[in-house]
Design a protein around this ligand. Sequence first.
Ligand SMILES: Cc1cc2nc3c(=O)[nH]c(=O)nc-3n(C[C@H](O)[C@H](O)[C@H](O)COP(=O)(O)OP(=O)(O)OC[C@H]3O[C@@H](n4cnc5c(N)ncnc54)[C@H](O)[C@@H]3O)c2cc1C
Length: 463
Amino acid sequence: MKHKYVIIGSGPTGLGAAYRLKELGITDFIVLEKEDRIGGLAKSFVDEKGFLWDVGGHVQFSHYSYFDNLMRQALGEDGWLTHQRESWVWIEDRFVPYPFQNNIKYLKPETMWKCLEGIIQNYKFPSNRKPANFREWILQTFGPGLAETFMFPYNFKVWAYPADEMNAVWVGERVAVTDLARVTKNIIFNQEDYSWGPNSTFQFPKFGGTGGIWEAVGNLVGREYIKLNAAVNSVNAPAKKLTLTNGEEIEYEHLLNTMPVDIFTRLVDGLDSSVAEKAQGLKHSSTNVVGIGLKGKPKKSLETMCWMYFPEANSPYYRVTVFSNYSPNNVPADGEYWSLMTETSESTAKPVNRETLIQDTIKALIDDQLIESADDVVSTFHVAFEYGYPTPSVERDGILKEVLPALEPFNIYSRGRFGAWKYEVSNQDHSLMQGVEWATRMVTNVPELTLFFPETANAMWGK
Ligand SMILES: Cc1cc2nc3c(=O)[nH]c(=O)nc-3n(C[C@H](O)[C@H](O)[C@H](O)COP(=O)(O)OP(=O)(O)OC[C@H]3O[C@@H](n4cnc5c(N)ncnc54)[C@H](O)[C@@H]3O)c2cc1C
């Protein structure tokens, strides 16, 4: 078999590339997917009891009108439900609205003072040093009190690596010191300061979860262009030929890879061996999704809640989504049910006992007062993805600078969440657009924006 364009992976990046090629009138391409269905990390699951689960809380904050238009086309105007982005932090046995720093009035007086004192210290002793890592960025932005109370413990739970092993590039590097006047005013006048409001909404599919979106995009691409159960086993870069695990050979002119680039480079023959070696230095963490299906209704305080952050050590999860609030179709139709979807990160620096994770999660949900009793649990679900978060480690950009350009002389391009490893541009919209922009470049020579200028792409928010 021979195709002008071959795409490895049918997640948002691969589907974005395929969709754009077709839009540009190109039909000589194929998408190769190792699984028996499309969607990658953006797929959904339905458990035995009929509860639907995503791979963690997928919320769309689109930066691109192209993406928005495609989403409308995929599911139709009526295919979406709109929600207000209500998010809270659970700490000291209470909910604090997000952003945490603006709402420290909710905390115990000692903790509130600790946070405030740290911000004052930052004003007294301002630093104009460029933060060398994420830890320094946190301290310079929030001060030591907020760092110790929320930022350090929460970020360790999310990223599964200590903050000093992460860079400050993905947060934009610039330090915007926490606004002392605003924080103090909120305390004195007992003011709420939420990040959500009438304009802060997000959309979620009425049916089929996040995976439903990508199934629909797959239909727009055309299923005949997507080959399932087709795992790439090796690539002969000089010969422009790849081999699947079943032995089938496919020739290409241009190859887009969207599988993790550390694994991919090990499959490619003809590259300098230092490229694959370098790529092995990229760090990632794994994602465990534990879904808890419940009978009855959520308690009042959870009725409008979207997701909650958990910085404390009693719970394995860093985030819990009241997933039944996203769509009534995320739970079975034959009775009164609701659901909580939890995310627990894992890495060599933060191991997780997967054997006990479901039980540990239920216990913590009771401790954290989200559910009353284990007797309400009617379904449990656990899925683990080895590659969940591409860690923005301190060494990341140095590695990417050597690995990605080394592929291009062979007409091989690596894009997407783990194809290009840039967390700051690895959501669904970014991933799709990395694929779209790659296809546009291939066909019309227009340079790509998202991967190479993440800050510019992200500054386009809302446009
Ligand atoms: C926990 C979590 C929470 C998230 N939350 C959000 C959110 O709130 N909002 C948002 O917009 N995005 C979110 N995302 C990100 C979203 O899932 C990604 O943007 C998206 O799935 C990345 O797309 P991709 O195509 O780059 O990679 P993937 O989805 O990883 O797709 C890669 C594909 O390649 C296939 N593949 C791998 N190896 C081979 C091989 N050898 N041969 C053939 N195929 C292969 C895989 O099976 C997979 O289908 C979240 C992701 C996670 C993990």
